[in-house]
Each structure stands twice: as structure tokens, then as C-alpha cells.
Write a protein that binds this ligand. Structure first.
Ligand code: SAM
Length: 147
């Protein structure tokens, strides 16, 4: 159970939940996906999760291994990578000085950087890998969308 007496839980979480995050949009997105089917498709049943993995991460109850974490990751992350999330990610990509043939984005989450890597290095095979099938479902969904 995550601590409830942190500055995040007391002051920031209510602002995220009630002001910054469009809860209706999150619900619509949640309902637009057949989570069981998609997770079955992307999950590797042979994976053994490390013991740290189910611990709360950054106040995310149950860590990343749940639908809520996957659905809320992008809407929250846009506010925690100032001044601008795509800019921060692009800065990282601009530091890559080689022309890779194959890229493994380990811990790719919802695939934001994975997709940017593919745009930046179209010749490369880009693989996104994550322990959470829920994160991978969102990443796969984003990869299929135009643009
Ligand atoms: C803070 S998120 C970052 C996601 C993404 N890289 C980004 O820039 O938005 C950390 C991710 O690492 C994943 N992760 C943690 N430990 C992992 C491991 N041992 N193997 C693969 N993925 C892992 C989590 O499931 C989570 O999606």
C-alpha cells in the first residue's frame, strides 16, 4: 500500500485527478480496448517478474503491472517532463551519434520514445520491450495509429 502522507499524494495527486487529467477521455480510451485479448497476444507467460516489480512506483499503486498505470501514463507524463515532453525525448535522440541498424528500447512503457526512435532512424529495426503487457498494449495501439 503506497504512503498517503507524501507531498505527491496530498497535494499533487488531487490536482492531476481533478484538474489536469481528462477522466472522461481516459475512460473512453480504457473502454476502447479489449484488454484481455490484447494482453494475451502480447504477454509472454514464461516471464518471471522480479520482486521489485509489483511495488508502488512513483505513487502508482501496484506498479506498472495494471491497466490504470498504462492508461494514465501518457496523460500524466506530459506534465512531468518540462518544458515539453516531445522536446525532452527529442533532446535524448539528438545525442545519438551513430546510425543504428537495430535498437532495443528496454522498458519502453507506452512506446513514446520507441515511436520517435523509429521516426528518427527509419532504417533501423526498433524493438520496444517492457515487462508490463498493459504498457505494451498502449504502445502497440499508438504504433498502429496514423502519424
Ligand atoms: C518510467 S517507465 C518509462 C517508460 C518509457 N521508457 C518512457 O520513456 O516513457 C519505466 C518502464 O520500465 C518498465 N520496466 C521496469 N523494469 C523492467 C524490466 N526489468 N524489464 C523491462 N521493462 C521494465 C516498466 O514496466 C515501465 O513501463
Amino acid at each position: 500500500m503506497p504512503r498517503k502522507d507524501t507531498i505527491f499524494e496530498q497535494f499533487l495527486a488531487p490536482i492531476f485527478k481533478n484538474v489536469l487529467i481528462d477522466q472522461d477521455a481516459l475512460l473512453r480510451y480504457y473502454k476502447s480496448i479489449d484488454w484481455n485479448r490484447e494482453c494475451d497476444r502480447l504477454c509472454n507467460p514464461a516471464v518471471t517478474y522480479p520482486s521489485y516489480y509489483n511495488q508502488p512506483f512513483h505513487s502508482i499503486e501496484g506498479g506498472y503491472l495494471n491497466i490504470d498505470a498504462a492508461v494514465s501514463y501518457d496523460p500524466i507524463t506530459q506534465y512531468v517532463l518540462p518544458p515539453n515532453e516531445p522536446l525532452v525525448r527529442q533532446e535524448l535522440l539528438d545525442r545519438i551519434r551513430v546510425k543504428p541498424r537495430r535498437i532495443l528500447d528496454l522498458g519502453c512503457g507506452t512506446g513514446s520514445s520507441t515511436l520517435m526512435l523509429k521516426q528518427h532512424f527509419p532504417q533501423a529495426q526498433v524493438i520496444g520491450l517492457d515487462l508490463s503487457p498493459y504498457m505494451l498494449v498502449v504502445a502497440d495501439d499508438k504504433a498502429k495509429k496514423p502519424g
